[in-house]
Design a protein. Sequence first.
Lengths: 112, 113
Amino acid sequence: KNQVEQSPQSLIILEGKNCTLQCNYTVSPFSNLRWYKQDTGRGPVSLTIMTFSENTKSNGRYTATLDADTKQSSLHITASQLSDSASYICVVRSGGYNKLIFGAGTRLAVHP
Amino acid sequence: DGGITQSPKYLFRKEGQNVTLSCEQNLNHDAMYWYRQDPGQGLRLIYYSQIVNDFQKGDIAEGYSVSREKKESFPLTVTSAQKNPTAFYLCASRETGKNEKLFFGSGTQLSVL
């Protein structure tokens, strides 16, 4: 069964600190992996996409990694800000766009 | 402003009632999607439409219906057959081209009275 598992389920950090969120997937076939940020009561917004051949990709203070061999991805947030408080969702595409497998998300709280 | 607009933000359903959630986009995207989000779970696909006048069932279509009469609009009806409708509903449209991505609306929270 295709699955995407994210850890931790929730995380609290102090403003200015770094953190890393994990995504493990058992999806076949694999097309790409995308990280979304979802603010409370809002729709998700894409942060970055990883294809099979990419290992690392940055978007400002966000850096995503992909290890296709171990089927793991991570999202590293540097110098966290209060506005980073949100849920971060890992999504793996398996074939067509009706074949997106969503993780349950990691809820991040950044405290002053 | 280009984007996807969902309305209403909050909706309450009485027993035996059908309710319709609106989704409008001005991004000129062909493909549109409806997802359901429950606490602690990943988004699940209800229905999707690749083009006007065509739509397909997703993983959890029972108790829901849709229409796609216009490119800009993809309303979702939650029927009385859906016994557990309380959830956050998200509409999305898909950008075409390299590294296509979904653009989501702000969601509708549906609750049962």
